[in-house]
Design a protein around this ligand. Structure first.
Ligand code: NDP
Length: 487
């Protein structure tokens, strides 16, 4: 398999001049070669996206919406094929790629496709004059993706951008080059003009060239806080707009009156879904002292039953980490937890066999880890690990847990489990996080804004809120009388 650029409706030819190998996380065998976008490719993509923008901006919202809705339909019809590619690229279980990754990408196209015809300004009656506003597109936007949800990230960025009349150049993570190309193909088949959605392969250097390119109007990144800061600084030079969806170290707070089984389910979802490689994960699980022991017992028991193994097996519940280097980074965090005095209750080691007895020793597999005897100051409780590592902390009072939960530079997400409806809202309202749940975790419907407080981001994806991040507002004053002149 070779992965090249998708520019102006076609794949570029492959050149091994500057390329790298893409590996399967489940066995570290090579899957294909990825061709680095050259400076000429970047210029060609910008030129082509600019051309497409000039065509696309003149379409009515309904016309744009039809293309997006058709794209959603085509994506769903290719669900299995695309889900399989995603699983091979990322290492996540096929059950997840089918149920979440490709489906939520299609949801975004459907949602913003339906909304495109309704994007409108306002009217102001001003006696002998009137005014109105026009939400106008920005131009050529750049999307830069992380490797954990490649097609979902691409669609979450492209759908609102295109609905608003922009074009987009998307750069996937260098570790997951496949499904953005498949999405580009879907857009073409749905009737998008060539260049409306171009794909450039490359590492951070391609991303930063795009950020600095004078013809790019906006950048939307999903990635780490440190990359977010670089992009923010790069965009500041030309005062470009940015949306930043960054990392976190989110709290999940479980009060003594919570439904214990649901709370355990949520803690597992909040830490072990996609091998723990989820930005919004609730990796600091605060459990009220009265239920601490019973919670821990259930959590350990159910965690040890997670079916870890071959990601392409429909029965698998947990797959492989994205790369050897990332797995080693997660193992370093586990070592740090142990050496700082936390107790590794279960997991945290590389298994030889999967749940069906198959040899998985060559893949990037790590058993789900639970740390207890944790302290807020430990590295494992402060840093984003981005792997299957849960730290459990006990607390006494509501006031105390709110203070401890907020004691972080991150603010992506937070969750609260309680059967006291007043407490649920009271606590959530005091947590410094952009995306919150009461009595569930990591549910991200397209209807609700998604994004972070503090260093976890800027702007919002999904929902109506995304529209304002992909449009600029023009105010028009229309005189119906004479010009009142003092001269
Ligand atoms: P990185 O920040 O390393 O990379 C994100 C993307 O930015 C990649 O495509 C990367 O390219 C690119 N990039 C790197 N440096 C630059 C630069 N200087 N200029 C422009 N682009 C650059 O994140 P990861 O891919 O490792 O993803 C994990 C991180 O993403 C975690 O911190 C996680 O929390 C966060 N994340 C946030 C989400 C959210 O919605 N809030 C969702 C998912 C993940 P390349 O990979 O090729 O180097």
């Amino acid at each position: 398999m070779v992965y090249t650029q998708f520019i102006d409706g076609v794949l570029t030819t492959f050149s091994t001049r500057e390329s790298w190998t893409n590996y399967n996380p489940a066995n570290n065998e090579p899957m294909g070669e990825v061709c680095l976008a050259t400076d000429e490719d970047i210029e060609a993509a910008v030129h082509s996206s600019e051309k497409a923008f000039q065509i696309w901006r003149t379409k009515t919202g309904a016309e744009r919406g039809r293309v997006l809705s058709k794209a959603a339909h085509i994506l769903r019809s290719r669900l299995e094929k695309i889900a399989f590619s995603e699983t091979q690229d990322v290492g996540k279980p096929i059950s997840e790629s089918l149920a979440v990754d490709v489906s939520s990408a299609a949801d975004a196209l459907e949602y913003f496709g339906g909304m495109a015809a309704g994007i409108h300004g306002e009217f102001f009656d001003l006696k002998n004059a009137f005014g109105y506003t026009r939400p106008e597109p920005l131009g050529v936007c750049v999307g830069i993706g992380a490797w954990n949800y490649p097609i979902q990230i691409a669609a979450w960025k492209a759908a609102p951008a295109l609905a608003c009349g922009n074009s987009m150049i998307f750069k996937p993570s260098e570790l997951t080059p496949a499904t953005a190309l498949q999405l580009a193909d879907v857009f073409m088949e749905a009737g998008a003009p060539p260049g409306l959605f171009n794909v450039l392969q490359g590492d951070g250097s391609v991303g930063s060239k795009l950020v600095e390119h004078p013809q790019i109007a906006k950048i939307s990144l999903t990635g780490s806080v440190s990359t977010g800061k670089k992009i923010f600084a790069g965009a500041a030079n030309q005062l470009k707009r940015v949306t930043l969806e960054l990392g976190g170290k989110s709290p999940l707070i479980i009060f003594e009156d919570a439904d214990l089984d649901n709370a355990v389910s949520a803690a597992m979802l909040a830490n072990f879904y996609t091998q723990g490689e989820v930005c919004s994960n609730g990796t600091r699980v605060f459990v009220q002292r009265q239920i601490f022991d019973s919670f821990l017992l259930k959590l350990k028991d159910r965690t040890e039953k997670i079916r870890l193994g071959d990601p392409t097996d429909p029965d698998t519940q947990m797959g492989a980490l994205i790369s050897k280097a990332h797995m080693e980074k997660v193992i370093r965090f586990i070592d740090s937890g142990k050496s700082s005095g936390a107790t590794l209750l279960t997991g945290g080691f590389r298994p030889e066999k999967d749940f069906k007895g198959r040899d998985i020793s060559s893949g990037n597999f790590l058993t789900p880890a639970i740390f207890t005897d944790c302290d807020d100051a430990m590295e494992i409780c402060k840093e984003e690990i981005f792997g299957p590592v849960l730290s459990i902390l006990s607390f006494e009072s509501e006031k105390e847990v709110i203070e401890r939960a907020n004691d972080t530079p991150f603010g992506l997400s937070a969750g609260v489990f309680t059967n006291d409806i007043k407490r649920g809202h009271r606590v959530i309202h005091q947590l410094q996080a952009g995306t919150c749940w009461i009595n569930n975790y990591n549910i991200t419907p397209i209807e609700l804004p998604f994004g972070g407080y503090k260093q976890s981001g800027q702007g919002r994806e999904n929902s109506l809120a995304a529209i304002q991040h992909y449009t600029q507002l023009k105010s028009v004053y229309v005189e119906l009388g004479n010009v009142e002149s003092p001269y």
